[in-house]
Design a protein around this ligand. Structure first.
Ligand SMILES: Nc1ncnc2c1ncn2[C@@H]1O[C@H](COP(=O)(O)OP(=O)(O)OP(=O)(O)O)[C@@H](O)[C@H]1O
Ligand SMILES: [Mg+2]
Length: 262
């Protein structure tokens, strides 16, 4: 299988703090890979490097064989990489559907400004975007259905806000989804649902998925492969069982309070 995402010898420091060190890493097309590691291991920074929020100090990041290094975030999104955020970034005063439409607009020719002019072409485009938003929201079944579409995002439960974040990522026509702790703050039932949903995103919606997750039940449930980071270094890689029993991984978790997060 061809690697859709490939990192070669990527490093990043903030001031004197080396946050990612010589990281080699890949995600094959149609694969679900989980990144685990204690708090501060560099997991979110890895996402920020892939999505162009930060530039690596050295190394190469390839998506579908082409370098992403130096591209601004919106161009990386347009190439087909979308993400959700650990700290959610919804427009809380906009409706559920508008949130998804706004995510889609950023990736059309129209753009938000020109759509304000409302030419016939723009109105057609708006209809298409509305349809796309409804289709993406439809993926979440009853959870984000019907009357909820026209409610403001602030009225949603925390779990539904996380679902809406995913719907927004899906509205960009991405091939690779980067999910930063999708199960954070969810109860056991919701956690089970999100585990199933991530599988469906791959099996039914054809995404390749890289996910950061602390809940080991979720990681076990979804991962083709697991990569463990500690202090920005890859300390283990393999199946869930291989990584979860790796002495370096056990030590990394026991050496921090992160074990309390499961
Ligand atoms: N913009 C920044 N400036 C300075 N330091 C940063 C910056 N972003 C992240 N860091 C530091 O880099 C390290 C890794 O942070 P990161 O957010 O990637 O960790 P993480 O693995 O996602 O942790 P968590 O599990 O808590 O989300 C931390 O020590 C953090 O304080
Ligand atoms: Mg993080």
């Amino acid at each position: 299988m061809a690697a859709l995402l490939e990192l070669k010898n990527v490093s990043k420091a903030f001031g004197g703090l080396q946050v990612i060190s010589g990281l080699d890493f890949h995600v094959d097309e149609h694969e679900i890979v989980s990144v685990i590691g204690p708090n501060g291991a560099g997991k979110t920074t890895l996402f920020n490097l892939v999505t162009g929020v930060y530039q690596p100090d050295e190394g190469e990041i390839l998506f579908d064989g082409q370098s992403l290094v130096g591209l601004p975030p919106h161009k990386i999104t347009r190439r087909g990489v979308a993400r959700t955020f650990q700290t959610l970034r919804l427009f809380l005063n906009m409706t559920v559907k508008e949130n998804v439409m706004a995510a889609a607009y950023g990736h059309t020719r129209a753009g938000v400004l020109r759509s304000v002019l409302r030419t016939p072409g723009m109105r057609r485009e708006e209809r298409e975007i509305r349809k796309l938003a409804e289709e993406r929201l439809g993926f979440f079944g009853q959870r984000l259905m019907g009357y909820r579409w026209d409610q403001p995002a602030y009225s949603l439960s925390y779990a539904n806000r996380r679902r809406l974040e995913i719907a927004r990522a899906m509205a960009t026509n991405a091939r690779l989804l980067l999910l930063d702790e999708p199960a954070a703050g969810m109860n056991p039932v919701e956690t089970h649902e999100i585990t199933e949903l991530i599988g469906q995103l791959r099996d039914e919606a054809d995404y390749t998925i890289l996910v950061i997750e602390h809940d080991m039940h979720v990681v076990e449930g979804i991962s083709d492969r697991v990569v463990a980071l500690d202090h920005g270094v890859k300390i283990a890689e393999g199946t869930f069982d291989q990584v979860a029993t790796d002495p370096r991984v056990v030590e990394a978790y026991l050496g921090t309070s992160a074990t309390a997060r499961k």
